[in-house]
Design a protein around this ligand. Structure first.
Ligand code: SF4
Length: 232
């Protein structure tokens, strides 16, 4: 069996190249210009199963209508669903509303009206899975937290563990272990690293096409199709 977790040297080279590439190539998206946990949570929920271009149509309008967790908690469910109309997967909106009410009204003594920073505490909230918890912890609070969604799983699978099957629960756990192992040391660097991983999966190492010749991590990738890999 091939080793699953990359060496420290490979992990460092991977993250360094990834972050350098991100600084030059990242798209300017509104949820990347804030550390407001509520705004980041809204973006993450909207982005589940939905393309970025579609989310951009709804994101600013939703936040103009509900600019804070408190304003969302004060709304009726039908008002929240009305603002979500057109995005689909309405369970996301219902869960977001339930979450806001819980944090702001029902368990205010626990949360003090704000989203927690720790992934484990975030996961206890309605509609927040392991990925979303990691995303809010990393992108809002700059915690050194790993995150694995479909895009990230695909990239890590191709780069470090092509022998795994990301759809198998046991192998997905291994991909989470790889995601932890390749995180840089500081929370701030982890913010860039996580954004970059997702951006690479969206722009370069996509589900349909691998753009290996212009991929920043091709030198450490076990699935590269770039014939010049050894020369770079
Ligand atoms: S080298 Fe190719 S397969 Fe590897 S991460 Fe980059 S695009 Fe994906």
């Amino acid at each position: 069996m091939l080793p699953t977790v990359p060496s420290l040297a490979d992990a460092r080279a991977f993250s360094r190249r990834l972050r350098a590439w991100y600084r030059r190539n990242a798209r300017d998206l509104p949820w990347r210009n804030t550390r407001d946990a509520y705004r980041i949570l809204v973006s993450e929920l909207m982005l589940q199963q939905t393309q970025v271009s579609r989310v951009l149509e709804f994101y600013a309008r939703f936040l103009a209508r509900f600019p804070s967790l408190a304003s969302l908690a004060a709304a009726r469910e039908r008002q929240v669903l009305a603002e979500w109309r057109g995005l689909g997967y309405y369970a996301r909106a219902r869960n977001l509303h339930r979450l806001a009410r819980r944090v702001v009204h029902e368990e205010v003594h626990v949360y003090e009206g704000a989203l927690p920073a720790e992934p484990a505490a975030l996961r206890a909230l309605p509609g927040v899975g392991a990925y979303t918890a990691g995303a809010v912890a990393s992108f809002a609070y700059e915690q050194r937290a790993a995150l694995v969604d479909t895009n990230v799983a695909r990239v890590l699978h191709r780069v470090f563990a092509p022998h795994l099957h990301p759809k198998r629960a046991r192998d997905l756990k291994r991909l989470w272990a790889i995601a932890e192992a390749v995180l840089p040391r500081t929370g701030r660097a982890a913010w860039t690293h996580n954004q970059a991983l997702m951006e690479l999966g969206a722009l370069v190492c996509t589900a349909r096409v691998k753009h290996c010749a212009r991929c920043p991590v091709r030198r450490v990738c076990q699935s590269t199709e770039d014939l010049d890999r050894g020369l770079r």
